[in-house]
Design a protein around this ligand. Structure first.
Ligand code: NAI
Ligand code: MG
Length: 504
């Protein structure tokens, strides 16, 4: 296994991808292309057709036609079979998908491999859901006189706009539930990492999914993304990305009042009390912060540590952060790969300078690793600031890199206050052995997900989304069904009763 991932890369020139519209791979109307870069060495991994307004329009029309022609009337059990076939094909192609994900996004292969497996599970979960979506009877107010019932109907065309940090996972989150609910999809993957969304389209076609049901239009945000968000033929946008972009999406959605769900950034507090087992707490904090090189919206970036544990925690945390195996994402021993783009590298460097100026103590990292083999990539060392005040910019703003801020707190009340004192509310976590305290905080923390003595637990059935500027709406599970369908109320008179209000 170990050598396979490598030798395939070296042997391969840049791949070429077209847009996927109405069941076919096609060039963009403008014939423009863009390059997707391997963050490990800046080589070009793919040359990709660049979709624009007219391509998005063609994709939306194809999706609308497929919705009306087949998908909305395809029996749910049939839809489930298509989704199960996609899941099987994801599994059958898992080594290649994991490799492409690592090449394009810099995710270590040791992580991208299980994540591809997770994508198959997502399709299976939604295959199961497809046959369980239905309305209810609502005759309770006048039993026997009227029959009332609801129909739960698909929305129509759903637009998905995804970020670069977990490309196939994000594509699966946007696609599987929408298709299960009977909608057709136009997906606009992030410009930095378009490959696996297009591979997913290929697999969907191989699974026999009818033409036009899933369309993928790679391109840039202000062009392809904005065209999708504005399009009057799109019924809903599911967006993941920055909150500034999220606001624009909401503004653009007003053309036809399409519904929007927003999964935006975070600055999640990870609160660690002095009653924990130190080694377990440190391992959990490392996992929460440095997974995906810190490029996860739900990363535990603010480590709130009780003052009585603070020195011991910091010592061990910094020691272990420095031991993280940074390297080529295609090496199975790598635990932390590069940042996804040069832009992201510059952003992280800028924040490290800000942190130093603000007076935080830089305890480790803060620059690019020295190993010559990593010199061409967007690598950055695991970086820990201590003596951080929660008012500092590095504690308030989403850095999206391997940079953590350790903040000291005195007691539960102060931990809660600092934990909630941020514009975001995506996730929060508590480590303690005191179960009463854990549940108290779970209730009081303003976040869409609270992890107790764990981190990054997200399953296809667990609603995921934010409070405050982390967005609204929930993805996954039954909550997502609500966002991807609408209810119709039907009333039937059972007794030939005519309300003849105007009888003369
Ligand atoms: P972004 O929000 O600009 O991009 C996310 C997606 O939105 C991409 O597909 C992009 O093409 C699209 N987009 C951008 N501008 C658009 C517009 N005007 N209309 C429609 N679609 C548009 O995020 P970006 O620039 O890639 O990352 C910047 C920062 O955002 C990161 O440093 C991080 O702080 C945050 N972020 C958060 C993510 C999360 O998972 N919550 C994921 C990615 C980024
Ligand atoms: Mg790339």
């Amino acid at each position: 296994m170990q050598d396979t991932a490598r030798s395939l890369t070296q042997a391969q020139a840049a791949r070429r991808y077209q847009l996927f519209i109405d069941g076919k791979f096609v060039d963009s109307r403008t014939r423009k292309t863009f390059e997707s870069i391997n963050p490990h060495d800046r080589s070009v991994v793919a040359v990709v057709a660049e979709g624009d307004k007219n391509d998005v329009d063609a994709a939306v029309k194809a999706a609308r036609a497929a919705f009306e022609r087949t998908w909305s009337s395809t029996p749910p059990g049939e839809r489930a079979r298509f989704l199960l076939r996609i899941a099987d094909l994801i599994e059958a192609n898992a080594p290649e998908l994991a490799r492409l994900e690592s090449l394009d996004a810099g995710i270590p292969i040791a992580l991208s491999t299980p994540i591809v497996g997770e994508c198959a599970s997502i399709f299976r979960y939604w295959a199961g859901m497809a046959t369980k979506i239905h309305g209810l009877t609502t005759d309770a107010m006048r039993p026997g006189q009227y029959l009332g019932y609801t129909l739960r109907e698909p929305l129509g065309v759903v637009g998905g706009i995804t970020p670069w940090n977990g490309p196939l996972l994000m594509a699966s989150w946007k696609t599987a539930p929408a298709l299960a609910c009977g909608n057709t999809v136009v997906l606009k993957p992030a410009e930095h990492t378009p490959m696996t969304a297009l591979e997913l389209a290929r697999l969907a076609a191989e699974a026999g999914v009818p033409d036009g049901v899933l369309n993928v239009v790679p391109g840039f945000g202000p062009t392809a993304g904005a065209a999708l968000a504005q399009h009057p033929g799109v019924d809903k946008i599911a967006f993941t990305g920055e909150y500034v972009t999220g606001r624009l999406i909401v503004q653009m959605s007003t053309s036809n009042l399409k519904t929007v769900t927003l999964e935006l950034g975070g600055k999640s507090p990870h609160i660690i009390f002095d009653d924990v087992d130190l080694e377990a707490a440190v391992a959990n904090a490392l996992f929460g912060l440095f997974t995906f090189t810190g490029q996860i919206c739900a990363a535990g970036t603010r480590l709130l540590v009780q003052e009585t544990l603070y020195d011991r925690f910091v010592h061990r945390f910094v020691e272990r952060a420095q031991q993280i195996a940074i390297g080529d994402p295609l090496d199975y021993s790598t635990r932390m790969g590069p940042l996804a783009s040069e832009e992201q590298l510059r952003k992280v460097q800028r924040y490290v300078e800000i942190g130093k100026k603000e007076g935080a103590t830089l305890r480790c990292g803060g620059g690019q690793p020295k190993a010559p083999a990593l010199a061409d990539g967007f690598y950055f060392e695991p970086t820990v600031f201590t003596e951080v005040d929660n008012k500092m910019q590095i504690a308030q703003e989403e850095i999206f890199g391997p940079v953590g801020s350790v903040i000291k707190f005195h007691d539960e009340e102060e931990a809660l206050r600092i934990g909630n004192d941020v514009i975001y509310g995506l996730a929060a976590g508590v480590q303690t052995k005191d179960i009463k305290r854990a549940h108290r905080l779970a209730k009081q923390l303003q976040a869409g997900t609270v992890w107790i003595n764990t981190w990054h637990m997200i399953e296809p059935n667990s609603p995921f989304g934010g409070y405050k500027l982390s967005g609204y709406g929930r993805e996954n599970g039954l909550a997502m069904v609500e966002h991807l369908t609408r209810l119709k109320q039907v009333w039937v008179d059972l007794n030939d009763f005519t309300m003849d209000l105007f009888a003369v």
